[in-house]
Design a protein around this ligand. Structure first.
Ligand code: EAX
Length: 318
């Protein structure tokens, strides 16, 4: 009888768990094999483990839920549960993220991680609920580099006059405008076709994105400009957050951290090994960028950023 009772209880518990189990929709703009996909998978596995299978994640890669701006909007209104996104469009929702998009702000990955994982990064994450979003963790897109179809770019002079797609981000647009480039803000899902049809001459993205999005098919020249660090975020819809108890909230945050760490590892791996692969795929790679000249040419933009964010905030990050 005891045995039957135990089995009965187990069945009842199982049924209860099943009734509450929920599958969350997670969207991102790249292929499943990308750093976003690797991060999403690591998070999904960790979350399922921590919550005994109550919370599972179904991935919608390759813009299946729309561009990054649309996915963040979706999280706000509750039609999308989770988003892995670059900060590109996020400043339009949470202005405090914009300072992280300043060019030549972060010296290297170690610096970026120290800032984002420390009190400055936490302060920015804490702003999200005021704007109808939950930011679970900082992930990574990586240092961005410039590609184009016209010519090798070594100096700001070479870049002048190029029509370059930028993210829908005012900080990035200011930088390119200052360089004499024609910035064309555009959602990522439209980018490949725009490059193919020559609507724009170039774009800029981390090596992992250039690889994953197959840009060598439509871009000849790559310059390792590394002009700006591109953070990523794992964002959760408040509609989901409000349903979680304290234990589950902690589990979501921990799982997101595990996902973010995997994302960073994959992005760094791509940055290291990807350039050789891009060469193999026919890209001509400029490695000897005149970085000093770019920083010099960007001085008016830096003055604008100092006005916008306050020099103290920028210095604190530096
Ligand atoms: O997040 O829009 C962009 O260029 C982003 O870097 C890309 O979607 C990956």
């Amino acid at each position: 009888m005891l045995k039957r009772l135990v089995i009965g209880c187990a069945l009842a518990l199982g049924a209860a768990a099943q009734a509450e189990a929920a599958e969350l929709k997670l969207g991102y703009s790249l292929a499943p094999t990308s750093h976003y996909g690797v991060g999403a998978t690591a998070m999904a596995e960790d979350l399922a483990r921590r919550t005994n299978g109550t919370w599972t994640i179904k991935q919608f890669p390759a813009n299946a839920l729309g561009g990054e701006r649309e996915m963040v909007e979706g999280a706000q209104i509750g039609t999308v549960d989770l988003v892995v996104t670059s900060t590109g469009p996020v400043g339009n929702f949470v202005p405090d993220t914009l300072v992280t998009d300043v060019p030549f702000l972060f010296r290297d990955l170690k610096h970026a991680h120290a800032v984002l994982d420390g009190p400055i990064g936490q302060r920015i994450l804490d702003e999200f609920p005021k704007h109808g979003l939950i930011a679970l963790a900082w992930g990574e897109n990586g240092f961005r580099s410039l590609t184009n179809s016209k010519r090798p770019v070594r100096t700001p002079e070479d870049a002048k006059g190029l029509k370059v797609r930028t993210m829908e981000n005012q900080v990035h647009m200011t930088a390119f405008r200052t360089l004499g480039v024609l910035p064309t803000p555009m959602a990522f899902p439209e980018l490949f076709t725009a490059l193919q049809q020559g609507t724009v001459d170039g774009q800029e993205n981390p090596i992992g994105v250039i690889l994953s999005a197959k840009f060598p098919q439509v871009q000849k020249y790559l310059t390792l400009t590394q002009h700006v660090y591109s953070p990523a975020l794992i964002i959760l819809s408040p509609a989901v957050w409000e349903k979680l108890n304290a234990e589950e909230k902690a589990a979501f945050k921990e799982a997101a951290k595990v996902g973010a760490a995997a994302m960073r590892r994959k992005a760094a791996e791509d940055a290291q090994n990807g350039v050789e692969e891009l060469r193999k795929q026919g890209m001509e790679v400029v490695t000897d960028l005149d970085r000093k000249a770019f920083e010099e040419a960007l001085k008016p933009a830096f003055a604008e950023y100092a006005k916008k964010f306050g020099q103290a905030k920028i210095d604190e990050i530096r």
